[in-house]
Design a protein around this ligand. Structure first.
Ligand SMILES: Nc1ncnc2c1ncn2[C@@H]1O[C@H](COP(=O)(O)OP(=O)(O)OP(=O)(O)O)[C@@H](O)[C@H]1O
Ligand SMILES: [Mg+2]
Length: 254
């Protein structure tokens, strides 16, 4: 299997806070990799360093062999990186469809066909409707975002990321705040997207779902990578379980 994303020696300090120390890992084409670790471990910071939202003090990051660590966020997005946010932030007074259409528009504006395509709003809205179908909320497409339940907003967030036609989808806690049934359903949506060929990196605290859907895990603790490998063997490692301290890891691996 070929390497899609190669992350080497990422170190990121915020003043005196060592968010990431010398973190390296790779993501293979087609893989579903989950990034886990306790609160404050550095997971979100690592994905933000990959997308360029934060600038690490040192990092070597390549996408499909091309070094991207010096590129601004929008160029990395154009090369195929899309990330969902831990806290969902759609435009509340717009419909679901228009939220996604806006993201479709951003992608098209980034292409050299801008002059031709940017005006074609109906195509953007059609693609947006299809993406909302993919994440299972097509019937809500023309409803306003305001007042919608979190489960739906989490799916909307995934649809907005898919609108960028990514080669690598980075998800920051897509299942957080969802009940057991909703979490399982959204995880299944992501598995379906992955099986269609999209490579996925998912930060997630729901270790039951992580174990069920991931090909491989990377574990961070205190800004350092402490383990990686096949999910069940990683979850059995005593130092990984110790990092969680609580019962979460014990329950998931039992
Ligand atoms: N912009 C920032 N400025 C200062 N400190 C930051 C900033 N972003 C993150 N940190 C710090 O870096 C560390 C790692 O934070 P990060 O958000 O990456 O953790 P996380 O693993 O995503 O945690 P959680 O599971 O709670 O989302 C924390 O100590 C956090 O307070
Ligand atoms: Mg986080």
């Amino acid at each position: 299997m070929s390497v899609l994303l190669d992350v080497q020696n990422v170190t990121m300090h915020f003043g005196g806070v060592h968010a990431l120390t010398d973190v390296s890992f790779q993501v293979m084409n087609g893989e579903f990799l989950s990034l886990i670790g306790p609160n404050g471990a550095g997971k979100t910071t690592l994905l933000r360093a990959i997308t360029g939202v934060v600038s690490p003090q040192s990092a070597g990051i390549s996408l499909d062999g091309k070094a991207i660590e010096g590129l601004p966020t929008h160029k990395r997005a154009a090369l195929g990186l899309a990330m969902t946010n831990q806290i969902v932030c759609p435009f509340n007074s717009m419909t679901l469809r228009d939220n996604v259409a806006l993201a479709v528009g951003h992608k098209r504006i980034a292409t050299i066909f801008r002059a031709i395509t940017a005006m074609d709003r109906s195509t953007e809205r059609k693609i947006a409707g299809e993406l909302l179908e993919v994440v299972g909320i097509g019937e809500h497409a023309d409803q306003e975002v305001l007042g919608q339940p979190l489960g739906l907003l989490k799916r909307l967030e995934v649809a907005r990321a898919l609108a960028l036609e990514p080669r690598l989808l980075l998800l920051d806690e897509p299942l957080a705040g969802l009940n057991h049934v909703e979490a399982g359903r959204l995880a299944d949506v992501v598995v379906g997207i992955n099986r269609e060929g999209l490579t996925v990196v998912m930060i997630e605290h729901n270790l039951g779902e992580v174990l069920r859907v991931s090909d491989r895990l990377v574990v961070l603790d205190n800004g350092r990578k402490i383990a990686e490998g096949e999910p069940e063997s990683v979850m059995r490692m005593s130092h990984v379980r110790a990092a969680y301290v609580g019962k979460e890891a014990e329950n998931a691996a039992a």
